[in-house]
Design a protein around this ligand. Sequence first.
Ligand code: PMP
Length: 355
Amino acid sequence: MSKFWSEAVKRTEPYVPGEQLDIPNLLKLNTNENPYPPSPNVVDAIKTELERKLHLYPSPGADQLREAIGAYYNLDTSNVFIGNGSDEVLAFSFMAFFESDQKIRFPAITYSFYPVYAKLFNVPYEEIQLNRDFSIPSEAFFQSEGGVIFPNPNAPTSLYMELDMIKDILDNNPDQVVIIDEAYADFAPGSAVSLINSYDNLLIVQTMSKSRSLAGLRVGFALGNPQLIQALTRIKDSFNSYTIDRLAIAGAVSAIKDNEYFKDTTDKIIKTREWVTAELKKRGFHVLPSSTNFLFVSHYNYDAETLYAKLKSQSILVRHFNKEAIKNYLRITIGTDENMQALLQTLDLIMAKEK
Ligand code: PMP
């Protein structure tokens, strides 16, 4: 604490991202990155841009990328906003749509950046308890005072909420913005994108960090009614004209356009997910039915934090959250089949020794 700190700095409790350890041969299953590299076209596009255009500022709105995403989703460019990672889009959304005298709602177990933004931007909030099976009780989000935000599928639970329930939440918050954070929707049975033209209070936030293998490039986006998009643009243009650099725009455009590669890698991850789920269940793990690129698991006989530490000592990093309700769970990112085979073998060794 320093006398020079503003009130905003004092009240902020920064988000702590998953560990990024620099250990050789580390198997990194802790931040839900994609185990496959991005489409080869992405690298080509970045190289071309790098050689020709680096002396010029990028498009302030990343317009080429807005067009590509609009075309991909059959939406107008005016429905698309681009941000420096979806975290930035989420931060701008808190500023654009939530007030300091109206409580917003989000689940008690969810993406831990939401309370951080709420404190930073002075937005009061209510945390809604999940059902016993970790599903989100949709009615608890009806008639919110200041708005709603949650991921679908939720993180870290990996559970998907059906679109009918999303519609109910939207119908019961006609004067508030409902933000659906679809960071993992490409691994799920559906997306609320089809609802954009029917609901002026729906903002969808997506990322290119997971299904598009571009966590290192920092590109996220929002989809919604043009008036919501304008609000986000007004915030961005009052903060930084050029949030997305030329290399990121070029790479992200190529990633969106290479649908075949995207489908291929996403299908592979889903297939691996189903296989590892069955394998972990055979070993006595409770595995929540995942609609994401990660699993949320616990074991009746083995303490999650101990398993986390033992895996780490064998150079396998998974995520453990020190939060009472989920302290006996681990979140494990889906890697390649080989990665997951290594995880299973190591778990078998750890569990054999513990017996
Ligand atoms: N939302 C959720 C639910 C996430 O898990 C993440 C990844 N940590 C993000 C948003 C942010 O992703 P990014 O900033 O890489 O787009």
